[in-house]
Design a binder for this molecule. Structure first.
Ligand SMILES: [Zn+2]
Length: 164
């Protein structure tokens, strides 16, 4: 029998002002993306900005639907857009933020399990780390250096990934 232990490391910045300029910019791009959220049901807007290696920035937001399960989280809207249109331009960093008129958010929101699985596969396929900034407007920012550490038990089977 062998016991294993997995530790997750992340950096907490108490405020937006503590970030380096490039990270500030990406967080502000995620904030801009909130405006495109389609969330009339939850009234919970989520905005994402992806920083690609080329310098290009992609925006995404959560897209709900009156048939509730048909909607999609902002993170997956972002990564699937990248996969469909920019796959050869690796994602360096991803900023995620949220906002609602219903209550005040005091800490960053974290991605759901399905999004983590999609983000983790993106990281694997591009074969380089995808850094995540979880940005709470007027609150702390959490920075995680790779998705693997957020979902160490992601589903992955190398032999299923070889496409014709
Ligand atoms: Zn999600």
């Amino acid at each position: 029998m062998t016991e294993h232990e997995i530790k997750i490391a992340f950096t907490e910045y108490n405020a937006f002002d503590e970030l380096v300029q490039a990270d500030k910019n990406l967080c502000l791009e995620a904030e801009k993306a909130l405006a495109t959220s389609h969330s009339p049901y939850s009234k919970f807007r989520v905005g994402v900005a992806l920083q690609l290696q080329s310098g290009k920035i992609l925006h995404a937001s959560n897209q709900e639907n009156v048939a509730y399960p048909s909607g999609l989280c902002a993170e997956r809207v972002a990564i699937f857009n990248w996969g469909a249109n920019h796959k050869n331009d690796p994602v360096i960093s991803m900023a995620v933020t949220a906002q609602t008129d219903e209550f005040e958010l005091l800490k960053p929101i974290t991605s759901c399990g399905s999004c983590l699985q999609v983000m983790a596969e993106c990281e694997k396929m591009q074969n380089q780390s995808l850094r995540v900034l979880l940005y709470c407007i007027n609150g702390p920012v959490w920075v995680i250096n790779n998705i693997q550490s957020m979902l160490p038990f992601m589903f992955f089977e190398e032999r299923l990934t070889h496409t014709a």
